[in-house]
Ligand binder design. Structure first.
Ligand SMILES: C[S@@+](CC[C@H](N)C(=O)[O-])C[C@H]1O[C@@H](n2cnc3c(N)ncnc32)[C@H](O)[C@@H]1O
Length: 366
């Protein structure tokens, strides 16, 4: 929580750092005739927008303090007790990443990332449970580990399924809970605008791009859908070891998740263990192995491991991407598909951050 408390100070320090680097230019270079005055103006405007972003950070913080029943003075005490720690306790990068995720999950600016990835997943769920009348969907338990700020999990619960979102990062979880707390208010009144690009000055075509506001949430959140929705905070590999959790889920949906594993074999074992026999695993995502992975298997090796664990891959619709094994005599032909999927892909910028994310649907047969 300290990261949210200190968001403004740390973000302003970043602007100050940019300002002091601007001063490294010599007088002639800083002169208006060479360096446009817009640069310094942008720094000043960024500083103002951080004050607005801080209002969002404080809302999340206030909501979280109330939710976890932590008195504000206790947080201040904790902050001062750790002030001289060699590593700062409030992780500013995690705060920035969680705030940035509102764009991907809850704004129209993230629709180009969500649409190509959500459609294959949600369509598959609808096919698994057609009609959706009565309580049939509500009786099915869907687990979404690494749920980020919860948009996919929310859309699954809006289809009528009982949905358990799981998230490991505390900053993601706090923002996740807060955005869902905006449910069932009048969308016009509870929308917020913030300025997530103020920290990304690379790849900008137009100077004003970093000053753009993003309004969220773009969807009217239904408290009815949230009755079927739970956020479980903690490590996916630790939370579901209990006998009551083993074999208890009908579907697991992993979106941009499996490559976050340090030990992907453990992830696969866990996915298999928490599913009922006959249950379904839907995956969509890249293989961008993160911090210190113990192993970095190829797509083929992951599919082989899944089969050895007891999964059988199902045919997938060619609407959902190009066949990853099209040119091969392979048992996976027509089953695994690659679709272009962006992540933190700002359409206004000069960079393109996208993957050929792999989509598959597998049934636990044993
Ligand atoms: C690449 S992000 C994707 C988030 C979301 N699925 C999306 O597509 O926007 C991966 C997420 O998984 C979470 N995560 C990583 N390891 C985890 C673990 N062991 N248990 C639960 N969540 C984890 C991270 O905190 C992060 O929010």
């Amino acid at each position: 929580m300290v990261g949210l408390l200190e968001y403004s100070d740390r973000a302003q320090a970043g602007v100050q750092e940019k300002r002091s680097r601007w001063w490294k230019l010599n007088d002639g270079q800083r002169e208006v005739r060479i360096m446009p005055s817009s640069y310094l103006e942008r720094l000043n405007e960024t500083s103002n927008l951080i004050k607005k972003n801080n209002q969002i950070a404080r809302r999340i913080l206030d909501y979280s303090l109330a939710f976890y029943n932590i008195p504000f003075p206790d947080l201040l005490h904790f902050q001062s007790a750790h002030r001289s720690d060699p590593r700062p306790i409030g992780d500013h990068t995690s705060v920035i990443q969680s705030l940035k995720h509102f764009v991907r999950d809850w704004s129209t600016s993230g629709a180009h990332e969500r649409d190509p990835t959500f459609v294959p997943i949600l369509s598959t769920l609808e096919t698994l449970s057609p009609g959706g009348g009565g309580d049939s969907r509500a009786r099915q338990k869907i687990l979404v580990p690494g749920a980020g700020l919860g948009r996919l999990a929310y859309e699954i619960s809006a289809l009528g399924f009982t949905t358990i979102a799981n998230e490991y990062s505390f900053y993601m979880s706090m923002a996740h809970r807060w955005v869902l707390s905006l449910a069932d208010h009048d969308t016009e009144r509870i929308q917020h605008t913030y300025y997530p690009f103020t920290t990304w000055w690379s790849h900008q075509r137009e100077s004003r791009n970093v000053l753009r506001g993003v309004t969220f949430p773009d969807a009217h959140l239904s408290s009815e859908a949230l009755k079927r929705y739970t956020l479980l905070e903690g490590d996916f590999t630790k939370l579901f070891l209990d006998d009551r959790e083993r074999g208890s889920y009908d579907v697991i949906v992993t979106l941009f998740f499996i490559d976050t594993a340090r030990n992907i074999v453990e992830y696969l074992q866990n996915i298999h263990a928490v599913l009922k026999t006959g249950g379904t695993w839907i995956n969509l995502g890249p293989l961008l192995y993160g911090t210190g992975p113990w192993v970095e298997p190829s797509l083929e090796e992951i599919l082989q491991m899944a089969q050895r664990l007891g999964f059988e891959l199902l045919p997938t619709d060619d609407r959902f991407g190009a066949d990853s094994f099209n040119n091969q005599v392979s048992e996976w032909r027509g089953k695994v598909r690659g679709c272009l999927a962006g992540y933190s892909w700002d359409k206004e910028s000069l960079s393109r951050n996208a993957y050929e994310a792999q989509f598959w649907v597998a049934r636990k047969v044993r």
